[in-house]
Design a protein around this ligand. Structure first.
Ligand SMILES: *Cc1c(COP(=O)(O)O)cnc(C)c1O
Length: 413
């Protein structure tokens, strides 16, 4: 008789873990309130949420946008980054970190990550800086804050801008200060999968009033503060959010602190238990990260130390025990077709921004081996709603990992 559920045994659990999104009468009343007020457009709720969320992250100014991608684009435009400029980004992130750079006709340059934090490796940034480099976009991946001390130091030395892609780090803190205004500015997403959501949405935070006003203009048809309505100063788009969405975000924000603390407590319990299992490597949290939001609970899988099964065999077994987990990105961002278009002689076939760049870009010529290994062999992701479960739920997760490890022979048979 097999023991592992994937071989016909009894699973550790069959009940589902908490789902997402979380909502109740607060959201219902907020939405109806906006509906019945007749004020659906870019008004009081927008301003209220901008202020409250900026304060939540310890930033001075907030500019709500239609998506996180839009906030990234607005941040680049507001900092004057454009045609032919290089922007340093990590390859272990969602597309938007790099595609926003392309959208403003600049060129993303990928720099490898650190295996533990899964964030850009600061020691590899300086060798990637050229006379065209204008900015660094660190991503606080999974909520783990990038080494902002070192990144800001490098940026100051080379006169570069720093835009935090904080689209996973609502509530994370570095040396006591919230993410989002640790560099020049930071952007957050409120898309459906995120830890606070209005289905779509984003925000740019900054301590710099000029950046706030310029990015507002880019997101609001190029309008100026206090200037006549049909006067447009820059080529901006309509990247605004609605009052309905802002009202949902205000309701969601009332839970964010507690949810952040619950996820962190559960993640710390899992770290303490799972690090005892051979072949499972937990993340070591940097002590300067004084609070960590968990968008993803991440582990690394060491196949040999685990006894031989591939990561995919392991994940299949774990999932069959009732614990949802995945391997995350299948490849680094630069392996996507959009970055791999063939380079011929004419600018027509040059990838992306080359007509403005005056150089060709070959994304295979900047390999990121740590990221590749994470994608193809090591990464294990457990998504944030799971971390809203009870201590018993977490104990089931630990039991499932142990059970698979203890019965590894069944997987190899
Ligand atoms: C979600 C996400 C974005 C973009 O956010 P959207 O709101 O989906 O446009 C950018 N960067 C990272 C790291 C993200 O996870």
């Amino acid at each position: 008789m097999a023991t592992l559920a994937c071989r016909g045994g009894q699973p550790v659990r069959t009940e589902p873990f908490p789902g997402w999104p979380v909502w109740d009468d607060k959201e219902r009343e907020a939405l109806l309130g906006v509906l019945e007020s007749g004020k659906w457009w870019y008004g009081e709720k927008i301003r209220e949420f901008e202020e409250k969320f900026a304060a939540f992250q310890d930033a001075k100014y907030g500019v709500l946008t239609s998506t996180g991608t839009a906030a990234l684009e607005a941040s680049l435009l507001a900092l004057g980054i454009g045609a032919g400029d290089e922007v340093i980004v990590p390859p272990y992130t969602f597309l938007a970190t790099a595609s926003a750079v392309l959208t403003v006709n600049a060129v993303p340059i990928f720099v490898d990550i650190d295996a533990n934090s899964t964030n850009i490796d600061p020691e590899l940034i300086e060798p990637a800086i050229t006379d065209k480099t204008k900015a660094i976009i660190p991503v606080h991946f999974g909520g783990y804050v990038a080494d902002m001390d070192r990144i800001n130091e490098i940026a100051r030395k080379h006169n570069l801008h720093v835009i935090e892609d904080a689209c996973h780090s609502w509530g994370s803190r570095w040396n006591g200060k919230g993410t989002g205004a640790l560099g020049d500015c930071g952007v957050f997403s409120f898309q459906m999968s995120k830890n606070i959501t209005s289905a779509e949405g984003g925000i740019l935070l900054t301590d710099d009033e000029a950046i706030a006003e310029t990015s507002r203009s880019y997101t609001n048809c190029g309008r100026g503060k206090g200037s006549p309505w049909y006067t447009h100063f820059v080529v901006g788009g309509n990247l605004r959010l609605t009052e309905f969405q802002a009202s949902i975000l205000l309701a969601q924000l009332t839970r964010l602190e507690q949810q952040t603390l619950t996820r962190q407590e559960n993640a710390e319990f899992l770290n303490a238990e799972l690090e005892k299992i051979d072949g499972i490597i937990t993340q070591k949290n940097d002590p300067r990260m004084t609070r960590r939001a968990y968008h993803l609970y991440m582990l690394r899988y060491d196949r040999d130390a685990f006894g031989g099964p591939t990561r995919e065999q392991f994940l299949e077994a774990l999932t069959a025990e009732g614990v949802p987990a995945s391997s995350g990105y299948a490849h680094p961002l630069y392996k996507n077709p959009v970055f791999q278009r063939p380079i011929a002689d004419g600018p027509e076939s040059c990838p992306l921004s080359c007509p403005f760049y005056g150089r060709k870009v070959d994304y295979n010529a900047m390999p990121c081996p740590v990221c590749e290994r994470l994608c193809t062999e090591e990464a294990i992701w457990i998504e944030h709603p799971v971390l809203l479960g009870t201590r018993n739920d977490m104990e089931d997760i630990v039991a499932a990992f142990r059970k698979v490890r203890d019965n590894v022979a069944e997987l190899l048979a």
